[in-house]
Design a protein around this ligand. Structure first.
Ligand SMILES: Cc1cc2nc3c(=O)[nH]c(=O)nc-3n(C[C@H](O)[C@H](O)[C@H](O)COP(=O)(O)OP(=O)(O)OC[C@H]3O[C@@H](n4cnc5c(N)ncnc54)[C@H](O)[C@@H]3O)c2cc1C
Length: 395
């Protein structure tokens, strides 16, 4: 594994950097977290700009509208986006980071041509319908049923924690097509259009004041058999591909954002007069070293993905370490704010140096807890690392 960038990768970086420097300052302010229609419009319009300029789907196949470049160029792309403070995937993180990549690997040529370009152009947003009230960590217990009727499946059941369902056009949906109790061997992966009759979306409001996710109730929803990715009852294998992208590469952009956040926290420590506190120095130094180590691990995971086409189990190591680190990072930020960290409204510094950034830090602190649950809890990642990487016995 060579962690250095090639001349071609550096040339790509220079070209992208120049484009971002021109375009990012022209973007309007980002909409409020709670304004979903505005968030969708903002994020998909940015995606359309990336597509028109040739910067969408860096490592996606050319026939799906991507650039067909290496995953390493995708890393360069993420570094430059963060450096320019450009918007990131936003409401379509499912489409761009795991449904799309899954279809790129597991879909038929027709499915790639049909589903991938609208994601990259910002025309279609996806959500993920995997979890159910009694099937989260134990996903193979899912019960939403799909019965074949001619060239359609008729789907009945319910899903929960469906992120961004309110603004989604399609859902990567796991259904049971095998016998009851068939567990891993009776699951099928479907692309369900969200405007089909029989779908009810009930948004769930979080403590962070946003309806980040929803419950989905499916009552006889008809999904064409042509929307099935992989074979019937082979959906567990396809799901493992989706989860390897979700855990392995989907958080990489957030890692770069956390590096930026640490820089802001160092600056906050100076502003509140705590930069000479040995404990603050120690904690920021430790977090910085861990972020650097995770970046090196990311490069390793990505070079593995470049060889195999799919991120490996290293994604679980990354997801576990990163989601727990983010909690410590956000906690440090909140502690530096003291009682100001309890206010939702943005506060001004007493020295006249402008807003102190308390709202963002509070949102990040609250959100950081959900990251150790989403995409598989820390306990589940520990089980995977123990059993499948270290070879320890089950249980
Ligand atoms: C912000 C956020 C966004 C999400 N978005 C989506 C989405 O878009 N689509 C979707 O389908 N799902 C989504 N989820 C759901 C997420 O995948 C589940 O919450 C997660 O898999 C855990 O399942 P659960 O909530 O049912 O908890 P449970 O599985 O009931 O777990 C409860 C507790 O028991 C522990 N536990 C369970 N089994 C074991 C075990 N074998 N060993 C040790 N400990 C165990 C867990 O670690 C946890 O602490 C999202 C969750 C969050 C927080």
């Amino acid at each position: 594994m060579d962690l250095r960038y090639t001349d071609a990768e550096e040339a790509f970086r220079a070209e992208l950097r120049a484009w971002l420097a021109e375009v990012v300052p022209t973007l309007g302010p980002r909409p409020a977290l709670t304004d979903w229609p505005a968030r969708r419009a903002y994020d998909t319009s940015w995606q359309g700009m990336l597509y028109d300029a040739g910067y969408a789907g860096i490592d996606w196949p050319v026939e799906g509208g991507g650039r067909g470049a290496s995953p390493v160029e995708q890393l360069v792309y993420l570094e430059e986006l963060e450096r320019a403070h450009a918007p990131y995937v936003g409401v379509n993180f499912v489409g761009l980071l795991h449904a799309g990549p899954t279809i790129a690997v597991e879909g038929t040529p027709e499915q790639r041509a049909r589903f991938l370009p609208p994601i990259l152009k910002g025309e279609q947003v996806w959500c993920q319908g995997f979890s159910e009230p009694d099937a989260g960590s134990d996903l193979a217990a899912l019960r939403t049923r799909a019965v074949r009727d001619g060239d359609e499946y008729v789907v009945t059941g319910s899903k929960i924690w469906t992120s961004h369902a309110e603004v989604a056009d399609l859902c990567e949906l796991l259904v049971r097509t095998g016998e009851e109790g068939s567990r891993h061997s009776g699951i099928t992966w479907l692309a369900m259009e969200m405007d089909r009759p029989g779908i009810e979306i009930r948004p769930l409001e979080t403590i962070g004041r946003s309806t980040e996710f929803a419950e989905l109730f499916l009552d006889g929803v008809r999904v064409p058999v042509g929307n099935r990715v992989g074979e019937e009852n082979d959906g567990w294998r396809v799901t493992m591909v989706t989860l390897s992208f979700e855990r392995g590469t989907a958080f990489v952009g957030e890692l770069l954002q956390s590096m930026e956040e640490l820089r802001r926290i160092r600056s906050l420590a100076r502003r509140v007069g705590l930069w000479d506190d040995p404990e603050v120095r120690h904690r920021t130094g430790q977090l910085g070293a861990e972020l650097d180590a995770l970046w090196a691990l990311t490069r390793r995971n990505v070079s593995q993905a470049a060889r195999t086409g799919v991120p490996g189990l290293g994604g679980s190591v990354f997801k576990l370490a990163f989601s727990e680190l983010r909690q410590r990072l956000a906690t440090l930020g909140l502690e530096l704010l003291g009682s100001a960290g309890l206010a939702w409204d943005e506060l001004e510094a007493t020295d006249g140096s402008g807003p102190i950034g308390n709202t963002r830090l509070l949102e990040q602190w609250i959100g950081s807890f959900s990251r150790t649950i989403a995409a598989g809890t820390s306990q589940i990642q520990r089980n995977i690392v123990a059993e499948r990487i270290l070879g320890l016995p089950k249980g």
